[in-house]
Design a protein around this ligand. Sequence first.
Ligand SMILES: *Cc1c(COP(=O)(O)O)cnc(C)c1O
Length: 485
Amino acid sequence: MMSTEGRGLVLEENLLFEQSQPGRIGYSITSLDVPAACPDSSLIREEIAGFPELSEVDVVRHYTRLSTWNYGVDSGFYPLGSCTMKYNPKVNEAVARFPGFADIHPQTPEALNQGALELMYNLQRDLCEISGFPAMTLQPAAGAQGEFAGMLMIRAWHEANGQKRHKVIIPDTAHGTNPASAALCGYDVVTVASDGILSKEAIAAVMDDDVAALMVTNPNTLGLFEADIREICDLVHERGGLVYSDGANLNAMMGISRPGDLGIDAMHFNLHKTFSTPHGGGGPGSGPVGVADKLKPFLPAPYVVKGADGYKQEYNCPQSIGRLKSFYGHFGILVRAYSYILSMGGEGLKRATELAVLNANYIRARLEGEYDLPNKQRSLHEVVFSEDALQNECHTLDVAKRLIDYGYHPPTIYFPLVVHGALMIEPTETESKQTLDEFCDALLAIAEEAKTSPALLKQAPVRAKVKRLDEATAARKPKLRWELE
Ligand SMILES: *Cc1c(COP(=O)(O)O)cnc(C)c1O
């Protein structure tokens, strides 16, 4: 790839394969002081076609350079709605690196890993306390797998009651993983339209004896609290259905309201959202699921219990839906989440929610005059604008691209689908008023540019490493790996 920005950059943009120099090596192995033992020659490959030959410093520089081109929570404001991109406190990382946690082998006998089991037991207990559920599994690897686990438990409950139901109700504001999880469990999805929030009438109209469950996100992806959730749960229960809650938005409720108290039967947490564990970059997440008493027999096995002689893993679960993940789930993430809970304390978690809601409402108040706000109900931790007030044929995509020029990661765009050109902003509690003000100033400046010089938006980003991409080609003909020419 060529660059006009100077010789240094020409080299920088080369892939490792392109930097390769015949005979260059990046390792040194001490000479043998024992006789060489060679495997069968049929097992030895002469050469790997195209394998790059590089020195250690070539490789270190390459990856270090790439890492500086990335944008993350540690480099700037990242208001990606629904994702709760809060700062990950470094104390969690320090704790996760304690040798007793980092070096433990998953097959260590129970008697020797009491500390790890105690941590998981305490985390189960704390998440139960926060959510109002009596039982918890820590196994699922992410929110989406938590949904799948929850829906499998709901299906198992119906089957244990001798019922085969076929439908799951999901509102039109739901995250795509909700219908996917329901469908993976064999259910037909019934979509209900919501007017910002769900109405009892809309649920009553589709609720019948063939409905296994309602899946509902609260607060929903518009950042609005489902005000009728209690009555809606009653309605579903009266017809023998259960209610699953997508807990991705718990950062708007933590310490204030408990889903288990509202009549929900099962809910997943996203520890990588609400509980500040790292997020994205291909790293592991964690999606524990809390359940009501009636679903407890179906929890994935094992989970951690406290016995007379210490902590142990409970395998005696004859009705369990089985195992979802090897060993304990993503243990390192559980350590980080527990560290976060302990360092925040109950009052701190509640304060986090309050500040997350305050920050979102501050942004709403500053932008409402210039950006169209389709839903006027009170927002919680995120706010969703439409593109309708933008001038000169500018669209949400143009605003998002222009924000990159101002140095910000764009918000979530075009989701939820019910908002025309949605711009979904979630600041989280970890941002200062200065950061929020600078971000709002940027968005207000962009709205002004749309009026006076829309080309600035249409061409954006102009200051980024990668300019505007041809997204259709990128989606239809993705080039996902380097190929030998
Ligand atoms: C993030 C999210 C999910 C999926 O969670 P993952 O941990 O990414 O699998 C589901 N629903 C909503 C509303 C979300 O924001």
